[in-house]
Design a protein around this ligand. Structure first.
Ligand code: FMN
Length: 370
């Protein structure tokens, strides 16, 4: 009999049996001592909910405007994660099918193991919304080409990752001398140096060598301006953790912000994303949408982030657990669990719409303030 998988944690445990150690370590790792990786999750536990009662929750509406008038049924999207073919044979194609099945949006990583053209084609067939995450290469022509390919593939927004001027040191990958398995490639790149990861050596994973040879550590606000001149698409920055940077992003004319610390894979000892969210929201003051990712593991977490004012959340690792468990149906199942748990939280705490939830400034309280 197939196992009963009720929670994201069930999927995490089950997926382990389908992943070789190299892949599992790459997916699960945080940087250095993994303090931020743990804190992203535990910080949610210190936020508590004050439910309302007797408010008729027979019919509720969890839909929300996601970006520029486009509505989604649930405030949950798929964060970009690299190398999805390590989880399942069809990799990113399975993810985009899972996204469509649960009417969620998918952000495709620059480092996908399926090309953006192939993912875009599949997105059109299955009816999924696709965004594209951008890393800026030292060779700006490479980046420019990537932007134009993403536009041609039908992508609806570009997501510039701003927390990775250099790669965080993930110790497990370093011990494993992590490198992409030979049969896989950076599918969005043609030249050998950009399409292949070097072999790792003692003291550095092949992945870290790749990033330091290819990715531009001089990335700054001017680079963001340059990107805006190169695309007609909305530009979202991913990796903002402070109000002052959020104001700079707003000044640079971005269309949205994702509060993120890269799932604890970059600056270790960084505050948790749910802790960073209020400061960013205050600075932005509703002028553009603010999403968050990092540590979202159930529907209550989504409820807390949205109650504080987030437009929605993105999930990274949980999607990989679904993917490694059962491909596209696993992705759809993981997103389905999050959606039904979120809906259940809304009902149990007496809220009928996200607008109603966001008007209530007492529903979420930090444990230290009780
Ligand atoms: N973020 C990017 O912007 N680009 C990437 O290519 C990328 N690859 C990732 C690969 C893995 C295995 C993981 C776990 C994260 C990656 N991220 C990447 C970060 C995620 O987009 C996201 O910020 C993070 O996973 C959210 O935390 P969560 O895993 O706790 O949900």
């Amino acid at each position: 009999t197939p196992p009963v998988l009720l929670t994201l944690e069930d999927y995490r445990k089950y997926s382990e049996r389908n992943l070789v150690k190299l892949a599992r370590d790459y997916y699960e790792s945080g940087a250095e001592q993994e303090e931020t990786l743990r804190r992203n999750v535990s910080a949610f536990d210190r936020l508590l909910i004050r439910p309302r009662c007797l408010r008729s929750v027979e019919s509720i509406d969890t839909s929300v405007e996601w970006l520029h008038g486009k509505k989604v049924d649930f405030p949950v999207g798929i964060a970009p994660t690299a190398f999805q073919k390590m989880a399942t044979k069809d990799g990113e194609l399975s993810t985009v099918r899972g996204a469509a099945a649960s009417k969620s949006i998918m952000i495709c990583s620059s480092w996908s193991t399926t090309s953006i053209e192939d993912i875009g084609k599949e997105a059109k067939i299955v009816g999924a919304t696709l965004w594209f995450q951008l890393y800026v290469y030292k060779d700006r022509k490479v980046t420019e080409k990537l932007i134009h390919r993403a536009e041609a593939a039908g992508v609806e927004a570009l997501v510039l990752t701003v927390d990775t001027p250099v790669l965080g040191r993930r110790l497990k990958d370093t011990y494993n001398k992590f490198s992409l398995p030979k049969h896989l490639k950076f599918a969005n790149f043609e030249s050998n140096t950009q399409a292949e990861m070097p072999k790792g050596h003692t003291g550095e994973s092949g992945f870290m060598q790749y990033v330091s040879s290819q990715i531009d550590p001089s990335l700054d606000w001017k680079t963001l301006e340059w990107i805006r001149t190169k695309t007609i698409l909305p530009v979202i920055v991913k990796g903002v953790m402070r109000g002052d940077d959020a104001l700079l992003a707003l000044g640079a004319g971005v269309d949205g912000i994702i509060v993120s610390n890269h799932g604890g894979r970059q600056m270790d000892s960084s505050i948790a994303t749910i802790e960073a969210l209020p400061g960013v929201l205050r600075a932005v003051d509703k002028r553009i949408p603010v999403w968050m990712d990092g540590g979202v593991r159930n529907g209550r977490d989504i409820f807390k982030a949205v109650a504080l004012g987030a437009r929605g959340v993105f999930v990274g690792r949980p999607v990989l657990w679904g993917l490694a468990t059962s491909g596209s149906s696993g992705v759809a199942a993981v997103l389905g669990i999050l959606q039904s748990e979120f809906r259940h939280s809304m009902q149990l705490s007496g809220f009928r719409s996200i607008a109603e939830l966001q008007k209530d400034d007492q529903v979420v309280v930090h444990a230290s303030k009780l």
